[in-house]
Design a protein around this ligand. Structure first.
Ligand SMILES: NC(=O)C1=CN([C@@H]2O[C@H](COP(=O)(O)OP(=O)(O)OC[C@H]3O[C@@H](n4cnc5c(N)ncnc54)[C@H](O)[C@@H]3O)[C@@H](O)[C@H]2O)C=CC1
Ligand SMILES: O=Cc1ccc(S(=O)(=O)O)cc1
Length: 261
């Protein structure tokens, strides 16, 4: 890169995984524009993290998105180097009990926002030969019981990522990360309920929930020159949870083993 600041935009960057990405990208020398609805946390981010600038933004609102893109392009003098589409919400509900409102909310916040933000930033990313990482989920790689609306939006993010990699691969790289169970407020119940946490940890080969910083490390790598030939991938960051079936209990196999004769 020649001259000027390297500029990144992180949506949902005021808390959780997004906040860890903002910290990490700031450490890597980026000026980071943080787009989030949480103004209280956003003000803290600006005060505490060098080169971080908060812009109040609801990712459902196109005018808000254009304001964020405008701020980033002003800082980067027309060039944008990184976009992290991270803002997301969840809804835990049986499919039979789910309703239009829930499906529309998750569709607009989780998936449509990736279209809107990427579209608003496309010219700047082209000028800056930038890269985009979108935060999907392992729930978008496999299914997830009681999370049908959520997992559908995350599968959509992965398909959109791959399609954009095909359309723009000579200039912009598009990748996705697929976190497993990460200790943020989205996972508040798992963190406060000891029995639940033990049960969840038993499903994960790593034996524990992930940390937001462990997702941010992979996001930062995907945005770096070290990943310059990586495009259109969806990387699970899940302690091995999506690798396959586990034993039900330590020492108890999933099936009886009948030795071959
Ligand atoms: N925590 C986990 O275990 C996992 C999280 N993810 C994904 O990671 C991303 C980040 O999640 P977490 O950090 O866990 O959640 P979080 O709830 O800690 O943080 C989400 C951030 O997004 C912001 N946000 C929500 N709706 C917004 C909107 N309409 N406009 C602007 N900002 C908005 C919130 O204010 C918050 O700052 C989400 O896309 C989530 O689906 C994926 C897999 C697992
Ligand atoms: O992406 C993984 C994920 C996200 C949310 C939830 S829940 O809504 O807290 O159950 C579970 C897994």
């Amino acid at each position: 890169m020649t001259g000027g600041a390297r500029v990144a935009v992180v949506t949902g960057g005021a808390n959780g995984i997004g906040l860890a990405c903002v910290r990490r990208l700031s450490d890597d020398g980026f000026t980071v524009v943080v787009a989030d609805t949480d103004a209280e946390a956003g003000v803290r981010v600006t005060a505490e993290i060098p080169r971080a600038e908060f812009v109040a933004c609801d990712v459902r609102v196109r005018q808000d998105i254009d304001r964020v893109a405008g701020t980033a392009l002003e800082i980067g003098r027309g060039r944008l180097h990184a976009l992290v589409n991270n803002a997301g919400q969840t809804a835990r509900v049986r499919f039979a009990d789910s309703d239009e409102t829930t499906w529309r909310r998750l569709d607009v916040v989780n998936l449509h926002s990736v279209f809107s933000f990427t579209h608003a930033c496309l010219a700047g990313l082209t000028a800056g030969r930038g890269s985009v990482v979108s935060v999907a989920s392992v729930a978008g790689l496999v299914g997830a019981e009681d999370l049908s609306a959520y997992s559908s939006t995350k599968a959509g993010i992965i398909a959109l990522t791959r399609s954009l990699a095909l359309e723009h691969g000579e200039v912009i790289r598009f990748d996705a990360v697929c976190p497993g169970q990460i200790a943020t407020r989205m996972m508040a119940r798992v963190q406060t309920d000891d029995d639940l946490r033990t049960a969840v940890a038993a499903q994960i080969p790593a034996g524990r929930l992930g940390r937001p910083e462990e997702v941010a490390d992979v996001v930062a790598w995907l945005l770096s020159d070290g990943a310059g030939y990586v495009n259109g991938v969806a990387i699970a960051v899940d302690g091995g949870e999506s690798a396959g079936f586990r034993r039900l209990k330590p020492g108890v196999a999933l099936h009886d083993h009948t030795p071959a004769r």
